[in-house]
Write a protein that binds this ligand. Structure first.
Ligand code: HEC
Length: 232
């Protein structure tokens, strides 16, 4: 089933929307906090979900630079009106059955009206700044999580070699230490953002006090191939 039902969804949402009292942007901003882990309101900043900047009244599933749309949302032919957003935050799967947005939905109609009132401000062109200036949302929530730059990691976090043998990784760092980890507790990750590791300088994170779990973060696939060796 594809989006053939979107006009029906919009119709039903419009009926419900008309029944709900006017949305309150302040309460909506509070509710929007459940979206910030996956969405930025800053243009071009894509997290697990696409940036929502400037999407009000714009076509769904068409944001440039976001490469992970579901087939359904990518080929959708509706725009983000109040009615569609009202239906979307109730249950994204009703609008786009194969959507990748895993969100349990907001049942309460008044709460949906509130968040849509907030989104009308937040998703209007260039308005991410306005919701911050009006004190509706802290700047960090509008922008999305910002990572500590990995390029400036200290020697004990700078990986020089990753050896695998049996069921273990042996991770060597620039301070001269080599630490063993069970293979199931090591994640090999890529971070190609500007805040990611410098080329050729992978970084290990997460080995804290009780740190038996770590991530080794590389700047490219080629580096994973170069650094990770099978050797006993
Ligand atoms: C767990 C992560 C996650 C959460 C939480 C989340 N989203 Fe999403 N959102 C996504 C993903 C992933 C997509 C892309 C879905 C697809 O391609 O099917 C998306 C897509 C969207 C879109 C469509 C964007 C476009 O380009 O057309 C809107 C609008 C949206 N989300 C709004 C919200 C709102 C509002 C909330 C909070 C009530 C929220 N999302 C919570 C991950 C999330």
């Amino acid at each position: 089933m594809r989006l053939a039902s979107s006009s029906l969804v919009a119709f039903l949402a419009a009926v419900s929307l008309a029944q709900a009292a006017d949305g309150d942007t302040k309460r909506g901003a509070q509710l929007y906090r459940s979206c910030v882990a996956c969405h930025s309101l800053e243009p071009g900043v894509h997290l697990s979900g696409p940036s929502l900047a400037g999407l009000w009244d714009r076509p769904a599933g068409k944001t440039t630079g976001f490469a992970r749309y579901s087939k359904g949302l990518k080929s959708a032919d509706f725009t983000w009106t109040a009615e569609m957003l009202f239906a979307w935050v109730a249950d994204p799967q009703v609008v786009v059955p194969d959507t990748y947005m895993s969100f349990r939905g907001i049942e309460d109609e008044q709460q949906r009206a509130d968040i849509v009132a907030f989104l009308k401000l937040a998703m209007a062109p260039e308005r991410d700044k306005r919701v911050v200036e009006q004190g509706l949302l802290p700047a960090a929530f509008a922008r999305g999580p910002r990572s500590r730059p990995l390029a400036s990691a200290p020697d004990q976090a700078r990986v020089t070699a990753v050896r695998h043998c049996g069921d273990s990784y042996f991770i060597s760092t620039a301070d001269g230490a080599t630490t063993p980890f069970w293979e199931m507790n090591v994640r090999l990750k890529l971070d190609t953002r500007a805040t990611g590791p410098a080329p050729g300088k992978p970084v290990v994170t997460g080995a804290g006090m009780q740190g038996d779990r770590v991530s080794v973060i590389f700047a490219s696939v080629e580096e994973i191939k170069r650094f990770v060796e099978e050797e006993c």
